[in-house]
Design a protein around this ligand. Structure first.
Ligand SMILES: [Zn+2]
Length: 148
């Protein structure tokens, strides 16, 4: 069974690729929504462990909060429906923190329900990190590859 080790779930590392222009657009969003937390849905294609972001869709923060965000469920459902009809997938969620770019307790709960890549951008230290909830291992940081 040695040949199959690379096919197993263990040891597989998820990666996310995003265009430089898309990431710049996302990290500039807080300038418009300030001081509220910003959120966006990332749309693209998933191939095995590779999430490729092809489009970014800013969403209103229903919470109107500086420290948390909620996306309206009906709007979220509409996005999922349209994405599917375009043969694409929701490949990630983006939101900002006025603190360190690490998932909060609330984030972790939602990440477990929605195990897709979560990109968190810190508006204080201007750093962007990407995480995913792996059923067994819990939350882990994954690579976010920025391309031209
Ligand atoms: Zn958060």
């Amino acid at each position: 069974m040695e040949n199959n080790t690379s096919e197993g779930k263990e040891g597989v590392k998820e990666i996310v690729t995003i265009k430089k222009t898309h990431l710049a657009f996302l990290t500039n969003l807080p300038l418009q929504t300030k001081p509220l937390e910003t959120c966006a849905i990332l749309i693209g294609k998933k191939n095995k462990n590779h999430y490729n972001v092809l489009d970014v869709l800013p969403m209103d923060n229903e919470d109107k909060s500086e420290i948390r965000f909620t996306i309206n469920e009906e709007k979220l459902f509409a996005v999922y429906k349209e994405t599917e009809s375009n043969k694409l997938a929701v490949v990630g969620l983006f939101h900002t923190h006025p603190s360190m770019p690490i998932p909060s307790k609330t984030d972790i709960n939602y990440m477990e329900i929605n195990p897709i890549p979560w990109i968190i951008h810190s508006t204080t230290i201007q750093k962007t990190k990407c995480f995913i909830h792996d059923g067994n291992e819990g939350v882990k940081e994954i690579d976010l590859i920025v391309k031209d």
